[in-house]
Design a protein around this ligand. Sequence first.
Ligand code: S3P
Length: 426
Amino acid sequence: MRAEPAVAIVGHLAVPGDKSISHRAVLLGALGEGETVVRGFGRSGDTQATVDGMRALGATVEDLADDELVVWGVGLRGLAPGTVDCANAGTLMRLAAGILVGQDGSFELTGDASLSARPMERIAEPLRLMGARIETTDGHAPVRIEGSGALKGIEYAMPVASAQVKSAVLLAGLNASSPTTVVEPAPTRDHTELMLEAAGVRVRRRPTSVTIEPAAALRLGEVAVPGDFSSAAPFLVAAALVPGSDLTVHDLGLNPRRTGLLDVLERMGARISVFNRRRSAGEQIGDVHVQPGELVATRVAGAEVPTLVDELPLVALLASHARGETVVEGAGELRVKESDRIEAVTDGLQACGARIHSREDGWTIKGVPTRLRGGRVEARGDHRIAMLGAVAGLASREGVEVEGADSVAISFPGFYELVEAVAQRS
Ligand code: S3P
């Protein structure tokens, strides 16, 4: 795929439903009583793996439309033994592990080559502390679980700030004999807690920890999934970079633990406004308007990192166009995402003419306030890197060749069509 330069990014758009929330709606729906209707479901390679996985374990999922489905739950401990192919979806593998340790019978979680290279002891260790029988394969998938009715609640201080680890422990806590607390080194996305609360579970949320009580039953009823902030991010960044742009993204999920990119964009000088703010089942939603500005360098570190973890590759691209030196640090987690995103971003942006260098836990980027030359970005099977390459192309002088562009379908199958809808070429 070749991403040609754009003269402006203009228009109004909406993006598919949030991937994190879509996974959780299907997983919790499968554990629920009766019917859960999911509207605004973000259908993609990852979320389809969750639908197929829950079907494989005995839940019924009926597709009403591409973005709408009904899940008939089997109850909190009613999943049938079997294997779930998690494909590329880390969220599915880690959250499913938390659910399956409290079921009856034997389960196996498998994944593709990328997922099978990602660390799984980070969930197995706390789950074992709860009494779970769970084994990884040298720290990785396949993960094997012997379900147990004898889980106990724990207080777990996470060594890394990970919403997936937090969620795995909390979901196991649903079937435990006492309350479960997870303490976070920095606040991570809280979609699991919010949805559990909406399903009737007793949840106590504090700024850096969360406690849930064991549950008797889950009742979600209906979940309205907001637009995925991480899918909107490439468009927000393209509009901030390309002079003359004027873009509005509607009905976007604005959970404050996800929107660190908006703060970074404002700090760097882009013109951002948020309007039509509202709430649904604890999640914040709104419309975001972006226009470009003269971008200046910034620093991203510490507690801000989890609030934009999936957007950091795009921050590196912004910084390549911003006057001064930007440092991103404390983001070592990027090395264990769908690819080693620190190296994938450095290699890709260097190949387009950017002055970016990898650090162990981030990058140092010397920006210049002009278009990059362009070149070639290798996606390495990673959807976020493919989207980075496409945005780099829009903002470049000569365009960018994206190698492995198909991987966008992992989170956003219609991505390129939407790019063409808002990119003005002359
Ligand atoms: C996710 C959590 C984050 C994020 C991933 C989705 C989730 O991962 O990068 O894309 O839905 O909980 P970590 O928990 O590994 O940080």
